[in-house]
Ligand binder design. Structure first.
Ligand code: PEP
Ligand code: MG
Length: 761
C-alpha cells in the first residue's frame, strides 16, 4: 500500500486552522499563504493553490503550498484554460482521481506540478461572481470524499470575503500586493424611462443580500438547530401567505409565493443548507453559500424562466436569513444613505413611500410599468425611475456608485470617470433649463396667437400639493383619490378622506381642484381588499363599474368630498364611464348623497360641478349626450388611447407601438373637443400626453384649453406653448385629420414645425 504523503504527520482539523488564519493580523497575502498551508496540513494533500481572477479575466496563481513558489504571481491561465480555467468558467467543483488523464489537463512546467494525480478544485464565489479557484492536489490517485469537497467550499467562501474586502479597499489601500483583481466592471443597463430626471447616487438593494458577519460556526450542533428553526419559520410564513391568512407581504402575485413554497419545501435545497452547516458554516453563511452557488449557475442560464427562478430563490434566501436573525419576515429597510438609488425587481407604492423621501434619489427596477402607480408617484415626486432594466440585479451591490438616466431610460453602474463627467454636464444643462422654467412660472401659458391654456397638475397625495405653487400650476385637473387608498395599510376612514380632500382644496385656493372618484381595479390593487382574478383586468371590473355594483364605497367617498368642500367649489368626476346610463346612475348616487347632506342640514359647497372622464371610445361616440349629463369632460387619454388602439398601456411590448400623434388618435381627440365646444361644455385632457410638449401643442391646436399633467410637464409644456402659434399649427394638422390621406404619425411634421418656429419641444 502506498502512503498518501511523503510526510505522514497526523492531519489537523481544517476549520480551527482556517479560523486561526482568519484571526491573524497578517497581510492578505500572508493570509492566503496561511490558508494553503492549513489546507495541505489538514486535507492529506500535497498541494493547495489559490488562483485569482485578474484584470482581463486571467487567472493568476496567487498563493501555493506544494507548487514552486517562484510561479506565484507569474503563472496565468486564460479563461477556460486547463482544469482550473474550466472550474472558473463553469463555477462548479471538479473532483478527479487522475487529473492528467482529463482532456482539459494542461501542464505548466514552471509550477512543477507534473507528479500530482488527484485534483479537487472549487470556485471562489461571491454574489454570483467568480473571484478565483481554490485547488488541492495529491500525488497518489484518489477521489476526494464529499466531506472534503464541502470543507473546501467552506474555505472558498471565507476566502471570498477576504478577497472582496481587499478589493473594496481598492487601489493603493489594497493589501493583495502584486495582484490586480478583475475590477468590478462598469456596466450600462438599458431599460425604459418611467420617470424623467438625472441623478447620481449609491445603490441600495430593496431586498438586501445579507452579508454574514460571522461565517464560521462555533458550535455546529447549535447552528444545525438554528437552521432547522429558521426553515420552520420560513415555511410557516410562506404557507400562511399562500393560504391567504396574512396580508400579501410584498404584493407579489400568489403564483410567486406558490413557487416560493415549492422551493421552501425542496429537499435538495434543505439538504444543501444542512451540508453547508455541517462543514462548519453558520446558518446564515450556509444560506449565503448555497445562494451563491445557485446564482453562479443560474446567471449563466439563457432561459428567462430559469433566471426568474433565480430571483425567487434569492428572495427566499433573504427571508430565511431574516428568519434566522429573528426578524419579522417583511421586506423593506429604511436605513438608506443620503443619495440612495433603490434597486428592486418590482416595488409597490406603499413600499416606496416607506423610504425617506429626502434621501431617495432614484429607482431602478427589473420589471414594472411606466403607467404603474409607483411610476406615477415617482413622477409626482420628481424621482427618476428606470424600469425593465433586465438583469440589473445581477450586476449591482449595495453601495455601488450609479448614474440613473431617467431621460434615456438607462443606468450606468460603477461608471468610468468620463461617463460621470458627461453625465454631470447634462445635469448642469438640465439645471439651467429648470431655472428657465422657474423664471416663467408666473407667466400665463399664452400662445403667440393669444390663446391662454390652463396648465394643471395631476395629483393624488398630500406631498403633491406644494408643487402647485412651486411650478405655478393653474389648479389640479386630476386628483387621483385612489392613491390615498393604495398607500394606506388599511382602508382610509371618512375622516382621513375628508382631511386630504380639504387640504387639496385649500392648497388650490382660488384655483380649481377636480377630484376623480375611486379608480380601483386593473393595476390599482388594494392590499386589504380581496382581489378578483380576471383575464383582462384593464377592461375588467374596475372604477365606476365597481362603484355602481357596490355603491357603498363611492357613497362614502362622496360624503367625504361634500364635507371637505363645504363653503368651496366642488368639482368631481367619474372614471371609466362607457355609457351614458352609467353616467346617469353615478350622478344619481351623487345627488342622493347631496340630498342626504341637505336633509341633515350639513354645510354644503357653494358650487358643484359633476363631470365625467372620457376614456373609453364608446363615450367618444356619444359626446352630444355626454354634454347633456356632465358639467365638464376630462379626456383620460392614457386609457382612451389604450382602448382606441387596443394596446395595453402596461405592456411594454405594445404600449409604445402606437403614437398619440397618429392622425387616427388626433382625429378622435379633435372630434371630442369639437363636440364639447359645440355644447359649451368645458373639456380638458388629463392623460400623460398633456405633459409632453409636442403632443400638448397639438392639443392646443385642436382647441383644448385645459391640460392636466404630471408636475414635470408644466415647465416644458409652457415653454413650448409660449412659442406656438396654435392657429398656424391647426392649419397644418387639419388636412391630415380630415382627408385620411396620411397614414403615418404626424410627429415628424409637428417636429419640423417646432424646428422652423423655434419651439422647444
Ligand atoms: C387616463 O386614463 O388618462 C387617466 C388620466 O387616468 P389614469 O392614468 O389614472 O388611469
Ligand atoms: Mg384612466
Amino acid at each position: 500500500m502506498t502512503t498518501p504523503l511523503n510526510n505522514p504527520a497526523p492531519a489537523k482539523p481544517l476549520m480551527p486552522a482556517i479560523r486561526k488564519a482568519m484571526a491573524g493580523t497578517e497581510s492578505v497575502q500572508e493570509r492566503l499563504d496561511d490558508f494553503v498551508t492549513a489546507i495541505v496540513n489538514s486535507m492529506q494533500a500535497n498541494v493547495s493553490s489559490i488562483y485569482l481572477l485578474r484584470k482581463g479575466d486571467e487567472l493568476e496563481l496567487s498563493a501555493t503550498q506544494g507548487l514552486k513558489k517562484s510561479a506565484v504571481h507569474k503563472t496565468r491561465l486564460k479563461p477556460g484554460e486547463g482544469l482550473v480555467g474550466h472550474v472558473a468558467l463553469t463555477a462548479k467543483p471538479l473532483n478527479l482521481a487522475d487529473a492528467p488523464a482529463h482532456p482539459l489537463f494542461s501542464y505548466r512546467k514552471e509550477t512543477g506540478e507534473d507528479p500530482f494525480k488527484s485534483f479537487l478544485a472549487v470556485p471562489i464565489l461571491r454574489g454570483g461572481r467568480t473571484l478565483g479557484v481554490l485547488v488541492v492536489q495529491s500525488k497518489h490517485e484518489r477521489s476526494f470524499n464529499e466531506n472534503e469537497v464541502e470543507d473546501l467550499l467552506t474555505v472558498a467562501m471565507v476566502l471570498a470575503e477576504i478577497i472582496i474586502d481587499d478589493e473594496r479597499a481598492g487601489g493603493q489601500a489594497a493589501k493583495l500586493k502584486g495582484i490586480t483583481l478583475a475590477p468590478v466592471k462598469p456596466e450600462t443597463v438599458k431599460g425604459k424611462a418611467f420617470a424623467g430626471g438625472l441623478v447620481k447616487g449609491r445603490a441600495y438593494l430593496h431586498v438586501p443580500p445579507v452579508a454574514p458577519s460571522n461565517l464560521l460556526a462555533d458550535d455546529i450542533g447549535a447552528e444545525q438547530k438554528r437552521l432547522e428553526d429558521g426553515l420552520s419559520v420560513l415555511r410557516a410564513s410562506v404557507d400562511s401567505i399562500v393560504s391567504g391568512e396574512t396580508a400579501d407581504i410584498s404584493r407579489a402575485s400568489k403564483d410567486i409565493y406558490e413557487t416560493y413554497r415549492m422551493f421552501a419545501y425542496d429537499r435538495k435545497w434543505g439538504n444543501r443548507l444542512r451540508e453547508a452547516v455541517q462543514s462548519g458554516l453558520t446558518a446564515e453563511a450556509a444560506v449565503e453559500r448555497v445562494r451563491n452557488e445557485h446564482r453562479a449557475r443560474l446567471m449563466k442560464a439563457k432561459d428567462p424562466y430559469l433566471r426568474a427562478r433565480l430571483h425567487d430563490l434569492e428572495d427566499l434566501a433573504n427571508r430565511l436569513i431574516r428568519a434566522l436573525a429573528g426578524d419579522a419576515l417583511e421586506i423593506g429597510n429604511k436605513n438608506i444613505s443620503d443619495d440612495a438609488v433603490i434597486f428592486a425587481r418590482e416595488i409597490g407604492p406603499a413600499e416606496l413611500l416607506d423610504y425617506d423621501r429626502s434621501k431617495l434619489k432614484g429607482i431602478v427596477l427589473e420589471e414594472g410599468s411606466a403607467n404603474s402607480h409607483t411610476a406615477i408617484i415617482c413622477r409626482a415626486l420628481g424621482i427618476p425611475i428606470v424600469g425593465r432594466a433586465d438583469g440589473v440585479l445581477d450586476l449591482i451591490e449595495t453601495g455601488d456608485f450609479v448614474l440613473v438616466d431617467g431621460e434615456e431610460g438607462c443606468v450606468h453602474i460603477r461608471p468610468l470617470d468620463n461617463q460621470e463627467a458627461s453625465f454631470q454636464l447634462r445635469i448642469n444643462i438640465k439645471g439651467e433649463i429648470d431655472k428657465a422654467y422657474q423664471s416663467q412660472k408666473d407667466l400665463p401659458a399664452k400662445t403667440i396667437d393669444g390663446r391662454i391654456i390652463s396648465l394643471q397638475l395631476n395629483a393624488g397625495l398630500l406631498m403633491d400639493l406644494p408643487q402647485l405653487d412651486q411650478v405655478g400650476a393653474n389648479g389640479i385637473g386630476l386628483f387621483r383619490t385612489e392613491f390615498q387608498f393604495m398607500v394606506s395599510e388599511f382602508m382610509p376612514r371618512l375622516k382621513e378622506q375628508t382631511e386630504l380632500y380639504r387640504q387639496a382644496i385649500i392648497a388650490g385656493g382660488t384655483r380649481p381642484v377636480t377630484f376623480r372618484t375611486l379608480d380601483l381595479g386593473s393595476d390599482k390593487i388594494l392590499p386589504y381588499m380581496d382581489r378578483v382574478p380576471e383575464e383582462n383586468p384593464a377592461i375588467g371590473w374596475r372604477a365606476i363599474r365597481i362603484a355602481l355594483d357596490r355603491p357603498g364605497l363611492m357613497r362614502y367617498q362622496i360624503r367625504a368630498l361634500l364635507s371637505a368642500s363645504a363653503g368651496y367649489h366642488l368639482r368631481v368626476m367619474f372614471p371609466m364611464v362607457s355609457t351614458i346610463d352609467e353616467m346617469i346612475e353615478a350622478r344619481a348616487l351623487f345627488d342622493r348623497e347631496l340630498n342626504r347632506a341637505k336633509s341633515l342640514a350639513k354645510d354644503l359647497p357653494h358650487k358643484i360641478a359633476v363631470g365625467v372622464m372620457l376614456e373609453t371610445p364608446s363615450l367618444a361616440w356619444q359626446v352630444d349626450a355626454v354634454c347633456q349629463h356632465a358639467d365638464f369632460v376630462s379626456v383620460g387619454a392614457n386609457d382612451l388611447l389604450q382602448f382606441f388602439f387596443a394596446a395595453d398601456r402596461d405592456n411594454a411590448r405594445v404600449s409604445d407601438r402606437y403614437d398619440p400623434l397618429h392622425p387616427a388618435a388626433l382625429s378622435i381627440l379633435k372630434s371630442i373637443v369639437d363636440g364639447c365646444n359645440a355644447h359649451n361644455t368645458p373639456v380638458s385632457v388629463c392623460g400623460a400626453i398633456a405633459g409632453q410638449p409636442l403632443a400638448a401643442i397639438c392639443l392646443a391646436a385642436l382647441g383644448y384649453e385645459t391640460l392636466s399633467m404630471p408636475v414635470t410637464g408644466i415647465g416644458p409644456v409652457k415653454s413650448a406653448l409660449l412659442k406656438t402659434d396654435a392657429g398656424k399649427l391647426r392649419d397644418i394638422l387639419t388636412p391630415h385629420l380630415t382627408s385620411q390621406a396620411s397614414t403615418a404619425s404626424l410627429r415628424n411634421i409637428v417636429s419640423d414645425f417646432c424646428q422652423e418656429n423655434g419651439i422647444p419641444a
